[in-house]
Design a protein around this ligand. Sequence first.
Ligand SMILES: Nc1nc2c(ncn2[C@@H]2O[C@H](COP(=O)(O)OP(=O)(O)OP(=O)(O)O)[C@@H](O)[C@H]2O)c(=O)[nH]1
Length: 203
Amino acid sequence: MKGEMLTIIGVLLAGGQSRRFGTHKAFAQLNGMFFWESSMNAMKRLTDQQVIISHPELVKVFQQYESYFVCTDDDNVVGKGPLAGMYTTMNHIMGEWYIFLSCDIPFISELVIKQLLRARNNKYLAIIPQVDGKIHPLIGVYHRSSFEYITSQLQNNELKLSALLQKMPVKYMSIEDMGVERKVFCNINSQEDYITLQSNDKI
Ligand SMILES: Nc1nc2c(ncn2[C@@H]2O[C@H](COP(=O)(O)OP(=O)(O)OP(=O)(O)O)[C@@H](O)[C@H]2O)c(=O)[nH]1
């Protein structure tokens, strides 16, 4: 998998257990579209290569859809949450920048990703939205150099993304900076969230 340096790698993180949701939430739907497709569509046109880093049960399912590169977390980090997916992708696929998106943000839009990418410069290792004081590390753009921080977090078993971001130079962007609606950052964790989403089309 390692090879020529690509510029921007789009990574869909879909290796979670969805314990709170009860079934794999990547395959929940809003308006006839799978949640994972909303994330992929938001970044597809802006990236040189797309990767789905998935749960072992889902690899074959994802492979049916399009010719995305689909893989699972490396054995040495399996069970360690989203950081494991970030590590695995960076370990195998060379890029300068990586867009990491979770698979439970059905309102995500291409505009958000464009705005995060526009903010890239050599001062920051990550560009992350911050909405009403809450950070969204899984709607993020990360530089290749963040790999060493991710590796160190995993080695120390510090698996919270907020802890990772505290160690790196990060640019935080508000909804005003990006010119987008608050709604695009809604994420679905439980059936209750999903029912609310279906009844109101918002949370
Ligand atoms: N590759 C990979 N992705 C993960 C892993 N854990 C979570 N994710 C992804 O990270 C995003 C946020 O996940 P969470 O909602 O925090 O965790 P989850 O396991 O999906 O759900 P819960 O079991 O309810 O906590 C989702 O897109 C998950 O698929 C993991 O171990 N590996």
